[in-house]
Design a protein around this ligand. Sequence first.
Ligand SMILES: *Cc1c(COP(=O)(O)O)cnc(C)c1O
Length: 391
Amino acid sequence: MTYQEKDLQYVLHTYKRNPICFDRGKGAVLYAGDSDYIDFMAGIAVCSVGHGNERLAQALYDQALKLIHVSNLYGITNQAELAERIVNLSGLDARIFFCNSGAEANEAAIKIARKNGEAQNRFKIISLRQSFHGRTIATLKATGQEKMHAHFAPYPDGFVHADNLAHVQQLLDDQTAAVLLELIKGEGGIECLNQSEMHALAKTLKERGILLMIDEVQSGIYRSGEFLASNLYGLQPDVVTLAKGLAGGVPIGAVLTTLKDIFAPGDHGSTFGGNPLATRAALCVLELLQNEKDSKRLAGRIELFWQKLAQMCEKFPQLFARRVGIGLMCGLQCARDELQTHVIEKCFAHRVLVLRSGANVVRFVPPLTINENEINEGFARFEAACATIEP
Ligand SMILES: *Cc1c(COP(=O)(O)O)cnc(C)c1O
């Protein structure tokens, strides 16, 4: 049997896979045999320091030889170091819980909101339509996309969806525990929330004792150009969730909260969460990315990337309406919805990998370490791909 036959035979059919299997990568280039692909999606905003990163590989090797896992019943030096580093970078006076994915980080956030609201019978969690917060039963219910709610009822109570920030303000009541938001909607069209509206909401929430919880699973870890998109917005959320880019592809999730004493032993836990291997990987990734930021190389890349996006809009006005997003979490909004699939398919044929987001955005979330040659080559291929599309 080929791998594809085995995949179909033995793996549940949860993904519509592209019929290609990459066998290695270097920087922002992926290889399938002799074919090279420019990677503008980084494993869905995960491979933040690129593929085949020697520093990360060495850190993993060294740690694996020493210790991979011991359980949270014992001290874990890397976990404590990582928590300190993330708290310092976030600028929040917070503590952290480590888990293994974005959905788990949001689950922990929901538990924080529920426990914090318990005494006052505040349990409602308001999130936005077109949001994405994960695939567990609770985070799926928090996800504001009805089409994803088919088949899995009943859901836990207390999840409310708002159309926009003004609607969030209207929905706030004495039972509201928290508002859970993505500042940049990763799966919902790379739409950015308005900064002054966000500040107004944050002020209202503070006055009313309702938690502001920002899902930075995709937007966090320098993707916006700042450590957190919340930093860029100048917000001080009560809860922030992280995952995707934090350990460069090693599974990890984290929830930061300024409610430093919210949990007592036994309230929450994770077998794998924060284990020596994953936290070592994250320490390495943060060191590398801090350097990219401090040296202004990250800012330079973002500028070049946005120039390229502007050129694509100029060259193909019949395909693209405008640029969207922030930093290296960006996209091109298609002039018509049906163009989205054409662009993505043609890009694949021209060996440049891009993602969809929402109904009409072509999403770019490349490695944060992508170099100038890779950006130039990727957009040369993107342009060649777009030139073949009949508008
Ligand atoms: C990817 C994502 C999640 C879910 O993360 P998993 O690791 O797949 O559970 C949650 N929220 C946002 C904003 C995401 O982009």
